[in-house]
Design a protein around this ligand. Structure first.
Ligand SMILES: [Fe+2]
Ligand SMILES: [Fe+2]
Length: 743
């Protein structure tokens, strides 16, 4: 069953594609969520001011070389920090308002660190830059996580940034989501916008976080060293040498366009200046407004607890329904109820009984909230009950008025829990077409929904793998990390022991060289995109969990960890090229129509790509699939493949490498086990043991999808060369037995 996010937060999956571009908040939430094949939205046009800066840079010959451009961008830091925000704004408030940007650190590079884009030197540099922002795979060192810890240390609490509550939080202004929306948009751009993305990266390295945010952190945090508090947390200044390398590598590519890099950087400059100019202290909102904001913050948590509590003519839950919250009606009815004595908070049962020790709502509100309730009650008179009209007349404190905010929160909540519609209008295309379609996501509509349908169908085929009797039989029930570790160790042991050098009974010894190369070629659709099953963990809404950090670490290794020749796809491409086979790029139509490739050779990579498009909703299954893939790299199969290639003088390094890097002690298999353990630990903490058990079952279904996906290729290969091998094997047996008889 889908629906749980990386932390098992069911019902808060990414925003469905149907939400219109109504507001910056909604855009932010939509772009943050699950992958979609929707258009990214219009890219910004430069302001007149930014255009004048661009002209100035060009007149000063700033586009002469990448390093000249870099020095000009560095000199624009002052402009990027203007205007100075209202000095009356507290440090905590400035840190809070920057949260939609600060929590996102790094996402702008997501679209360029995919498996295909990292096969070049420049791609590897961007991969290294990306991982520097993500703490080199250490969850606690991710810049977004560090920004959250700065917020906490300063006493500022915000919801999970991927939840609808984050964007509906009334403490944020609409303008607070502007920089984040831009960064998320940029994170969805591919190679066609390479220079602009590099420009955005340069701007974020040189100008972010803004000076005022750095000062706010310095003001709030205890000074324990000479370091600026945000230096280790959010400042990207230490990435400047890496940026220079990126710009130089880009300048060596064909058709380098330094002016477009400048444009990308100025997008950020515009967005940052706009945000800074919005940092104005607003007059305190009316008490009616504060009360509405309070109810709005609480209703999602209160919904479900008040089914049988009547207020006016309906239950309280009817007012709190997140799909259609009725805040103003609720407050009008509350003002007229027996819980309230208008104008007299000290006489009102809501405050004297309900929210006091022994009352049914004790502990629900903190002191500040109780004070808001008291002031609201104090403001009520017989003639002055809150009404929709009153609400309309109160001056909105935020760009998004509460009523609109409520509607927005509701629409986000509804849409985010709704699975993408499965396109019933079309039949499932053939495997090579699916492969091409999911690698070129924007080429056809409904691709993401199709991937969900595909994944759901594959998981239903392996339903049994997650059933309790099956897990009991394997010694994997009830769930426990110890059991997992024990089971994995035992399987690896079997695989390694069985990986003795092939003896004369193994069928592959009867393969000739051409057949071996043909077999190797059948692995290319998967090998060229090795790591692609983890591509979805680049999505900001997926990568914030501790488990996802480990998956990202594996992903980086699959892509070469910053070294082009170690990119697993490049390794396979090189081995085949040495045998005279030069393959087109994996995402080209020419590749999927190569006549030498069996359609079934796309079965496993198609499964990977489907997972990559739905990593948030199918995160437990992805963890299972990942474990199966990494375990498969250790022992028997890869050792036999290495021996076979060696016997035909073909470079076996692709297989040798996996036998080492995927090891169960400190390698990918170990990280895969740890990721499952961390994930279940988080689910058990944030939800409960029952949900962790359900997720455990889902992990094993995901695990089973891997071997199931290999079956079509094994069958197709057996059909193609099985009879020939059988004949050769029989002939060899006959010759051997004749020789034995003769002797
Ligand atoms: Fe690999
Ligand atoms: Fe691996």
């Amino acid at each position: 069953m889908a629906g749980c996010g990386p932390l098992g937060l069911c019902g808060e999956a990414g925003l469905a594609g149907s939400v219109p571009l109504q507001s910056t908040r909604a855009d932010y939430h939509r772009l943050l969520g699950q992958t979609t094949d929707e258009a990214t939205g219009e890219l910004p046009a430069l302001s007149v001011y930014a255009q004048s800066l661009a002209q100035d840079v060009m007149q000063r010959d700033g586009l002469r070389s990448p390093l000249t451009l870099l020095s000009h961008l560095a000199a624009l830091r002052e402009e990027a920090n203007q205007p100075t925000p209202d000095p009356a704004m507290t440090a905590q408030h400035r840190l809070l308002r920057f949260a939609p940007t600060g929590l996102l650190a790094g996402c702008w590079l997501s679209g360029l660190v995919t498996v295909e884009h990292t096969s070049s030197e420049l791609g590897q540099l961007l991969l290294s830059a990306y991982f520097a922002l993500y703490g080199q795979g250490e969850w606690s060192k991710q810049r977004g996580v560090l920004y959250r810890s700065v917020l906490s240390a300063c006493g500022v609490s915000v919801p999970d940034f991927a939840s609808p509550h984050f964007v509906a939080d009334p403490r944020f202004a609409e303008s607070d989501f502007g920089i984040g929306r831009l960064l998320l948009q940029v994170g969805r751009l591919g190679a066609a916008h390479l220079p602009e993305v590099i420009g955005v990266h340069a701007a974020m390295t040189l100008w972010s976080p803004p000076q005022t945010v750095q000062e706010a952190a310095a003001q709030c945090l205890p000074q324990t060293s000479n370091d600026q508090p945000l230096d280790e947390g959010t400042s990207l200044h230490k990435a400047e040498p890496q940026l220079a390398q990126i710009l130089s590598a880009y300048a060596q590519t064909n058709g380098a366009a330094l002016a477009r890099i400048l444009t990308g950087a100025l997008w950020v400059l515009d967005a940052q200046r706009q945000w800074l100019s919005s940092l104005i202290v607003q007059p305190e909102p009316s008490i009616e407004q504060q009360m509405q904001d309070l109810v709005l913050r609480k209703l999602a948590h209160g919904y479900g607890f008040h089914r049988h509590v009547k207020l006016g003519n309906r239950s309280i839950d009817a007012y709190f329904d997140p799909r259609k919250p009725q805040v103003t009606d609720f407050l009008s009815a509350l003002a007229e109820s027996a819980w309230i004595v208008k104008g007299q908070p000290e006489q009102s049962p809501l405050l004297t009984h309900t929210t006091q020790f022994g009352g049914p709502m004790f502990g629900v509100f903190d002191d500040a909230e109780l004070s808001v309730i008291a002031r609201w009650i104090g403001s009520l008179t017989d003639k002055q009950a809150t009404s929709p009209l009153d609400v309309a007349q109160t001056a909105p404190r935020l760009d998004l008025a509460p009523a609109q905010s409520a509607r927005n929160a509701a629409s986000l909540a509804v849409d985010s829990s709704r699975p993408s519609p499965v396109p019933m209008s079309q039949k499932m295309p053939a495997l090579p077409q699916l492969y091409h379609r999911w690698l070129c996501l924007h080429s056809q509509p409904e691709s993401v929904a199709l991937a969900r349908a595909y994944l759901t169908a594959r998981l239903s085929e392996v339903e049994r793998a997650g059933q309790v009797p099956h897990l009991v039989q394997k010694g994997l029930w009830p769930w426990s990390i110890k059991r997992l570790q024990h089971w994995v160790n035992a399987r690896l042991q079997e695989q390694v022991i069985a990986a003795e050098p092939p003896d004369t009974t193994l069928p592959e010894q009867y393969l000739n060289r051409d057949e071996v190369i043909w077999l190797l070629l059948q692995l290319a659709p998967a090998a060229l995109i090795d790591g692609a099953w983890l591509q979805g963990t680049l999505r900001p809404a997926v990568q914030t969990s501790r488990a996802a950090s480990l998956l990202l670490r594996i992903y980086r290794d699959e892509l070469g960890s910053g070294l082009c020749h170690q990119h697993h796809g490049n390794l396979m491409r090189k081995v085949l090229a040495e045998q005279g086979i030069t393959l087109p790029t994996a995402d080209s139509a020419a590749f999927v129509t190569l006549p030498q490739l069996l359609p079934a050779s796309f079965s496993t990579p198609v499964l990977w790509l489907a997972y990559a498009l739905h990593s948030r909703d199918f995160f437990p299954e992805l963890l299972g699939l990942n474990l199966a893939i990494e375990m498969a790299g250790v022992g028997t199969m890869y050792s036999r493949a290495s021996a076979l290639l060696r016997s035909h003088q073909i470079d076996p390094y692709f297989f040798v490498l996996h036998n080492t890097i995927d090891n169960g002690a400190t390698g990918h298999t170990a990280w895969s086990v740890e990721a499952i353990a961390l994930y279940l630990d988080d689910v058990a903490t944030h939800a409960d043991a029952a949900q962790a058990a359900q997720c455990w079952q889902r992990v094993w279904r995901g695990f089973a999808t891997y071997s199931e996906s290999s079956a079509p290729l094994l069958r197709a290969i057996a059909l193609r060369i099985g009879p020939k091998l059988g004949y050769r094997w029989l002939r060899a047996r006959l010759i051997r037995s004749q020789a034995a008889e003769a002797s």
